[in-house]
Every structure is written in C-alpha cells, then in structure tokens.
Design a protein around this ligand. Structure first.
Ligand SMILES: O=C(O)[C@H]1O[C@H](OP(=O)(O)OP(=O)(O)OC[C@H]2O[C@@H](n3ccc(=O)[nH]c3=O)[C@H](O)[C@@H]2O)[C@H](O)[C@@H](O)[C@@H]1O
Length: 461
C-alpha cells in the first residue's frame, strides 16, 4: 500500500473518533436524568429476584457444593479449548451426558458386548473401538488426552470415533468418582484397558508419569471394577518389554519376566502382578496382552518407525541403534490390524468375573498372552523399507544403543494366543509400513518424492 494512502486513512480515522467523542458527551448529558430513574428501577428488580432465588434454592451442603464444583470443573474441561461438537452439548453428570454414555455403550446386535475402552483416543484404543463398534458392540471411550505426544492426533482419532457414534468421556484413570459414575450408569460387560504411559525411553525423563498411569491408575480402575455389580471382565495391555533381559528365544509366556530393563517394563510387570492379586482376592476375570512393537496408520509419533518417517522426509539424520557388541537391534514389529484381532479374540474368550460388589464368589480366569508377529526385523531393514516407500534416502547415523531401557531383540511365540483364540498375524513389515506411509502422507498432506504407486499395490489402509 502507498504511504500517502496510509496517512489519509489515519487522518480520517482520527476525525471520526473525535466526532464520536463529541456525540457521546452530548448524549450523556441528555440521558443523565433519565438514567438515574432507570438505575433505581433496575436495583429494585434485582433485589426482588435475589429474594425469590433464595426462597427456591437453599444453600448447598458442603458435599453437594463439592460435587457441583467437581462436575462443573469437569464439564468445563470437556467443553474447553479442545471441545468437540459432541462434548460441548453434554457436560459430565448431566442428563444429556448420561444419555450419550448409555447410547454409546449399548450393543446394536443381540448378545453384543458393552465395553469400556480406556485410552480410546490412543493408537490401539481407537482401532479397537472402531472394530468393536463395527461388529455391533457397545463402546464407551475414556481418555485423558494428555500431551505426551501431539494431542491433535488424539482429537482427530476422536472425530473418527464420533462419526461411528463412539463417545469418549474425557477423564483420568485416577478419578475414582468419575469411573464409579460410569459404572452407575452402565453395566459394562468388559473393560478393554489400553490407557497407559507408553514409551520405553521416556521413563528416564518422567518416571512418575509411569507410576501414576500404569500403577496407580490401573489399581484405581480395578478398585472400581471389583466393586461394580456385575463385575466386568478385563482385558488390558501389558508389553513385550516385560521379557527384559530374558535371553531365551522366541519369548514365550513361561519365560522369566523378573528382569525388566526399563521402568516402563517394570510398571507393566507390576501390572501383571497386581492383576493376579485382584483376580485372587475379588474374582475379577483378567487377561494381560503383551504387545510387541505395534505400528500402523494413526500410530504413535513417539515410536521409531513414525519419527523416522518424519525425519527422513525432512532430511534430518536418524539414529539407528546397534547393540554394545555391534550387532543389529531387531524388533518383532506387529501390525495394528493383527493386534486388534488379538484384542477382540481375548475379549470374546474372556470368562465372566465371579465376584460382585467387592466379594469373590469363585475362581476366575487369569490369563497372559503374547501378541507379536513372530518374525523379528532389524531396525536397519525397517529404515530401508521406509526409504523405498518415501523415495528418499535416510541420513543414517549408526550408534551404540544408549543405556536407556532398550532391549536388543524381541521375538514372540504366539502359540498360546493361537490355541485359545486363533490369533494369527498376517501382515509383514513391508506391507504394514506401506499402509502406514500411505496414511502418513495423506494425514499430514505431504507431497514428497513418494512414489504414489507404492501405496496402491496393497489396497487402502
Ligand atoms: O513392544 C513393546 O513392548 C513396546 O514397543 C515399543 O517400544 P520399542 O520396541 O522400543 O519401539 P520403538 O521405540 O519404536 O523402537 C523400535 C526400535 O527402534 C530402535 N530405535 C529407537 C529410536 C531411535 O532413535 N533409534 C532406534 O534405532 C529401538 O532400539 C527399537 O529396537 C513401544 O514404544 C512401547 O510402548 C511398547 O510397549
């Protein structure tokens, strides 16, 4: 814009402001007398209203006031900054909220399950919720939308679920009253407990978050479940990391799990022991699933395959770990759809809990299963596959694996899961990564030197 035009505009604006100031003074004088009368009348009406309100609404007792505050705080959270269209219309505890909770949890097929999915806005949680909903089960999500990784990805998953009428209640596992409220409203048949503080290496940065979610949060959930009537059957996410320094291969459920290499692994192992206790004392049916490095579309940005993709596309160098004796590090990478089938299989074969209202009435089922792919792949090979799919060479930086909780190698024996619920992984790493990359470039709107035909060979993700 030319300079003279700016000067002219600012002069006009100043003149306008001055005129409006004069008009204001004039009108104030005229209105002064009448506004006094208006003010007195308003005061009188306000006094009458306060009196009427005091007669109809006596003061709240302390506990009611606290409850109201609690609900208000929560409803504020759920209608706050990140509110989605759905949460804003039904604050926690209100009639509209209860209706949504009930609708979401009600099965649409005869004898369908009613499942509370914790961590429903997470990677595995969102996929499982959609799969359960698709076959007509009732699904209520639960998630605290924390910012361990970009919460906008969790919000995008939430939108996906809402399109399928799956409602996610925003709350924390450690919020006992909120969880109890959910069980007051819905007689859940199952809990699929996937909410957790994930990530092996982050445990050195923020150890307390692992205790808060994976131990305190899990115990809180079990406390609520054991007291519920009926008690739900619980299927929950343990981890391949519980094998820690185990050297027997492939990892089988009978192998040692008392040598965790990270605090993360230790909290998952603790979860397995805690599960034993609640099964033993209260008759809760509990199934732990040891997931092996799950990957795929809508995955977790903190995992190597995800941030390698990002860094390769941005031309940033990536660290590829090697063991202390300079061997390749390998993982039994498992594709998300296989994991979903495993979770659903575990839910379908979970027996009912035997207790009710906090009392055990008989022996209940207690199970642990490996859910892996049964074919470990070196991290270097993972990177080559990504390079091929992205049409870009990675800047590889080979380094010794830092002593940060990582283990050199994982390999699942899944024969137990196969025997009990037909678990059979069918997606190899190349096929799974193709689906991941296709999703990634679409989701982030990237136009790199990606060979489009790379993605169409195997159908859509
Ligand atoms: O299976 C499991 O139990 C665990 O799988 C993953 O943990 P991890 O296998 O360590 O997965 P990534 O963090 O994605 O690492 C994959 C591989 O890449 C390697 N890596 C990681 C980061 C890096 O910069 N460079 C690198 O070579 C790791 O050593 C590992 O072998 C998840 O992050 C855990 O939450 C989960 O419980």
């Amino acid at each position: 814009m030319p300079l003279s035009a700016t000067a002219d505009t600012s002069k006009t604006v100043k003149l306008e402001r001055y005129n409006s100031y004069l008009r204001k003074i004039h009108s104030t004088k005229v209105l002064n007398a009448s506004s006094k009368v208006l003010f007195r009348a308003t005061l009188l009406v306000a006094l009458v209203l306060v009196l009427l309100f005091a007669i109809n609404y006596p003061p709240l007792s302390d506990s009611r006031a606290a409850a109201a505050h609690h609900l208000h705080r929560r409803s504020f959270l759920s209608t706050g900054l990140f509110s989605s269209s759905s949460s804003s219309s039904s604050s926690i505890g209100g009639a509209a909220w209860e209706k949504r909770v009930r609708q979401s949890s009600t099965a649409k097929r005869p004898h369908g399950l009613s499942v509370l999915v914790t961590g429903a806005a997470g990677f595995v949680g969102s996929h499982c919720s959609l799969a359960l909903r698709k076959r007509g089960d009732g699904v209520l999500g639960f998630d605290n939308f924390n910012d361990y990784y970009d919460p906008s990805l969790k919000r995008a998953r939430q939108e996906l679920l809402e399109k399928q009428q799956v409602f996610i209640v925003e709350g924390d596992l450690n919020d006992g009253p909120l969880l109890r409220k959910l069980f007051d409203v819905v007689p859940f048949t199952h809990i699929l407990h996937l909410a957790a503080q994930a990530g092996v290496r982050y445990a050195m940065k923020n150890p307390q978050s692992y205790i808060a979610s994976n131990i305190a949060g899990f115990v809180n959930l079990l406390e609520v479940a054991k007291a519920a009537n009926p008690q739900p059957a619980i299927v929950w996410a343990s981890s391949s990391s519980v094998y820690g320094l185990n050297t027997e291969n492939p990892f089988s459920e009978e192998h040692r799990t008392d040598q965790p290499a990270s605090l993360y692994a230790a909290t998952k192992k603790a979860g397995e022991e805690i599960a034993h206790t609640y099964n033993h004392i209260y008759g809760l049916s509990l199934t732990g699933l040891r997931f092996f490095t799950v990957y795929g579309p809508w995955g977790r940005p903190d995992m190597a395959y995800f941030f390698f993709t990002k860094d390769i596309l941005h031309g940033k160098s990536i660290d590829i770990y090697r063991t202390q004796d300079n061997q390749e590090v390998a993982r039994d990478f498992t594709y998300i759809d296989d994991i979903v089938k495993g979770c659903v299989g575990a839910l379908d074969t979970a027996e009912k809990s035997t207790g009710s209202g906090g009392k055990k009435r008989g022996q209940a089922q207690l199970r642990v299963y490996n859910l892996g792919n049964t074919s470990p792949v070196p991290v270097g090979r993972l990177v080559s596959i990504l390079e091929g799919l992205l049409g870009t060479k990675a800047k590889k930086h080979l380094i010794k694996m830092p002593r940060n909780g990582d283990v050199p190698y994982t390999h699942a024996n899944v024969s137990l899961a196969y025997k009990d619920f037909g678990y059979k992984p069918t997606t190899d790493l190349a096929a799974g990564l193709r689906k991941f990359v296709k999703w990634y470039v679409g989701y982030y709107g990237i136009q790199p030197r990606v060979k489009k035909e790379n993605f169409h060979a195997e159908g859509s993700a």
